[in-house]
Design a protein around this ligand. Structure first.
Ligand code: ADE
Length: 236
């Protein structure tokens, strides 16, 4: 069981995105719980304002420290764990990958802070953030989509979230190889036939063909991963 707490100005966006399909089922089953905290609910400003101009000038507005900190404290009061990792999703973080997803999935509680505008007052980040994580080298308008991406990747590594059938798929990336191509019925579509070997019922040959296809595909599409795979397999 893993508890996600998301600090955001747009809780509906996150909840609607995560309540469907496999994660929806995981929430129903009690494998994961997702709790959103609306940072705006914690502002002390009478107009419910949560942002202000940056000292020193410059473009845009910054989220202020106080509402973010009070929203964080409200989560900490509800959770028993002594140490809770708190992720700030930002292009200035370490780039998220499968290994990080596996590591985060071992936590009982995880807090994710979503920023907006031009960022958040540095002082509150210093107080509460344990991990700075980016989902890639591009800039989005807010942290909600990155939080959803991370939660999806982390949740599927939590025991019980995937069925046995589904979890076989998790192995491939950790070995640095991309998946082989797959085919379903009919045997011929649009003049294209399913590769003969897959119809043979010869499991050894099928396995061999799939590994070859994975290698070809990885070398073509992700030469960087292919190099890592080779390095890994030279050692052993
Ligand atoms: N916020 C804006 N862009 C982002 C990114 N690429 N990763 C994480 N958080 C972000």
């Amino acid at each position: 069981m893993m508890n996600f707490h998301i600090m955001t100005l747009f809780p509906e966006m996150v909840m609607e995105g995560l309540n469907t399909s496999i994660l929806g089922r995981a929430i129903q089953n009690g494998c994961i719980a997702i709790d959103t905290v609306n940072i705006r609910d914690y502002t002390l400003d009478k107009h419910k304002k949560v942002d202000d101009y940056p000292y020193g000038g410059g473009a845009g507005m910054l989220m202020q420290a106080q509402p973010v900190y009070d929203a964080y404290q409200s989560i900490r009061k509800r959770t028993s764990a002594k140490k809770v990792r708190t992720v700030y999703v930002t292009p200035q973080g370490a780039v998220f990958n499968q290994k990080m997803a596996v590591e985060f999935a071992k936590e009982e509680e995880l807090i994710i802070l979503c920023g907006h505008y031009e960022g958040i007052d540095e002082r509150v980040l210093e107080e509460i953030v344990t991990d700075y994580v980016s989902i890639g080298d591009y800039v989005l308008t807010g942290g909600e989509l990155p939080a959803m991406v991370m939660i999806d990747a982390i949740a599927r590594m939590v025991p019980g979230v995937l069925s046995n059938e589904e979890s076989g798929e998790t192995e491939s990336f950790s070995d640095y190889l991309l998946e082989y191509p797959q085919y379903s019925r009919p045997e011929e579509w649009n003049g294209k036939k399913v590769p003969e070997v897959l119809l043979s019922g010869h499991h050894k040959n099928i396995e061999k063909w799939r590994l070859e296809q994975s290698l070809i595909r990885t070398r073509e599409r992700r030469p960087d991963l292919y190099e890592k795979y080779l390095a890994n397999h030279r050692q052993v």
